[in-house]
Ligand binder design. Structure first.
Ligand SMILES: Cc1cc2nc3c(=O)[nH]c(=O)nc-3n(C[C@H](O)[C@H](O)[C@H](O)COP(=O)(O)OP(=O)(O)OC[C@H]3O[C@@H](n4cnc5c(N)ncnc54)[C@H](O)[C@@H]3O)c2cc1C
Length: 349
């Protein structure tokens, strides 16, 4: 079989890249191991514009945010499906210090932040906010498994999807492209998530596997809440008194096992947000692909033009992924330079 791009992995990274290449008229073959508990399949899919204790608004965030939302909305229109749930986020301060940082932000950078906040309206018998908070606008959550399944079906319709494991040792680099089993392609792009650093071409990139837990909960007394509740940990309403809650950051390299400790850690976060007592109906754990925090790294191998990498989506893949996938596709097709902070050729060696 002949194709233009062999994409290894159909997580969020591989899916986003595949769409960009297909929309540019390229043929792709996406090969995925079809594992049940990958980062993308377990992820909460949150898009949180202002993160961390300092509510940073880093340069470029607004462009990436607008790009991501219009990408998902465009695919909703194309498919008639719904993936992106635009929701306000109740950002509850974790202490007096956060309240002061936020007040200072508004006093000194109020205009930049205006788009992102609204006054807090809560029932303090149901949501615990002793230091106050605000409502964050322009965020929401992506149904990542729904988006992946829609993408998989679209790839299947184009005969562009296969279940399998691509061992990088079996990928041969030829003068005119690459070969793997009976597939020849002009290039291969590895989008392998946390396994990205085990690849023979990219084992010099420090992909740090960071496991995390998510719980499914029911809290019937909170069933009319539609906003995402965030106080470091978060609770996402799913309708009908069902919620998802998370998350943990286990040490790099720890096993992605379901443990009582993981469950207790998430429940402690929930208890800091609401006095309602949840019933746990599900518990999943998966490994985030982190390189340097949530900095995406991508691009061609320094010595092998036909071999490329797209990884490091970290805990902000839903927000950052679409913009970076579009930059990578442009680079692969038109040699448009990558943003230097993302280009693997400029880092790690
Ligand atoms: C608990 C948790 C909560 C999260 N919450 C959020 C959140 O709220 N917001 C957010 O933006 N992000 C969140 N994330 C992170 C998000 O999941 C990632 O940013 C993103 O989904 C990573 O996508 P990926 O495609 O790089 O990796 P993956 O999802 O790991 O996909 C890699 C794919 O490649 C396949 N694969 C690997 N090697 C091979 C091979 N050699 N051959 C064939 N197939 C291969 C794997 O099976 C997998 O399907 C969370 C993650 C976790 C674990």
């Amino acid at each position: 079989m002949k194709t233009d791009f062999l994409i290894v992995g159909q997580g969020l990274a591989g899916s986003l890249l595949a769409w960009n290449l297909i929309e540019a008229g390229q043929r792709v073959l996406v090969v995925d191991r079809d594992e049940p508990d990958t980062s993308s399949k377990v992820a909460a899919g949150l898009v949180t514009p202002l993160t961390g204790a300092r509510f940073n608004l880093p340069p470029g965030l607004e462009e990436r945010l607008d790009f991501a939302r219009s990408f998902y909305w465009r695919h909703e229109e194309l498919s008639g499906l719904r993936f992106f749930h635009h929701r306000r986020i109740v950002r509850i301060f974790r202490g007096e210090e956060e309240a002061q940082v936020w007040a200072k932000r508004l006093a000194t950078e109020g205009e930049r932040y205006a788009r992102f906040h609204a006054p807090l309206e809560i029932d303090t018998t149901r949501i615990l906010a002793p230091w106050g908070g605000f409502e964050m606008r322009e965020g929401g959550w992506l149904d990542v498994p729904g988006f992946l399944e829609y993408t998989r079906q679209a790839l299947l319709e184009r005969a562009s999807y296969a279940i399998g494991r691509v061992d990088s040792h079996e990928v041969e680099v030829l003068p005119s492209g690459v070969a793997w089993k009976n597939v020849t392609a002009s290039a291969v792009v590895f989008c392998e998530g946390w396994r990205g650093g085990q690849n023979r071409f990219f084992d010099w990139i420090p992909v740090r596997p960071t496991p995390g837990d998510i719980l499914d909960l029911t809290m019937p007394d909170l069933d009319d809440e539609t906003r995402i509740l965030n106080k470091g940990g978060w609770i996402i309403p799913q309708g009908g008194g069902r919620f998802r809650a998370g998350s943990t950051y286990r040490p790099v390299g720890a096993a992605a096992e379901i443990t009582g400790a993981g469950r207790a850690e998430v429940l402690a976060k929930v208890a800091g947000i609401t006095p309602m007592v949840p019933e746990v109906t599900g518990h999943r754990c998966a490994i985030r692909p982190t390189i340097r925090r949530s900095q995406v790294f991508m691009g061609r191998h320094p010595a092998q033009d036909r071999v490329a990498f797209f990884n490091g989506l970290g805990s902000k893949g839903v927000l950052n992924g679409p913009w970076h996938a579009a930059r990578l596709a442009d680079h692969l097709l038109r040699e448009t330079p990558l943003p230097p902070e993302t280009d693997v050729r400029h880092h790690f060696h």
